[in-house]
Design a protein around this ligand. Structure first.
Ligand code: ZN
Length: 71
């Protein structure tokens, strides 16, 4: 599981506070990536509050398994 940071030109609502942000926390495993919009400014640090490594790990495994079983 690789945890990373991504700045995009595309803004979405932060999952924690609902403010528009272009910062994403990414969780990648075996080339499948989850992108969670989370603001990361000096005032608001939703980015550091969220850690879903374990859940992302399970979710990506399940997604991969389903894809393998379907095709
Ligand atoms: Zn936020």
């Amino acid at each position: 599981m690789q945890v990373g940071h991504l700045s995009s030109t595309e803004s979405k609502k932060c999952v924690v506070c609902g403010k528009k942000t272009a910062n994403y926390k990414t969780y990648e495993q075996t080339n499948i990536e989850l992108r969670i919009p989370l603001c990361d400014t000096d005032e608001i640090r939703c980015y550091s509050k969220v850690d879903i490594s374990d859940t992302a790990n399970i979710a990506i495994r399940l997604i991969k398994k389903e894809i393998k079983n379907s095709y």
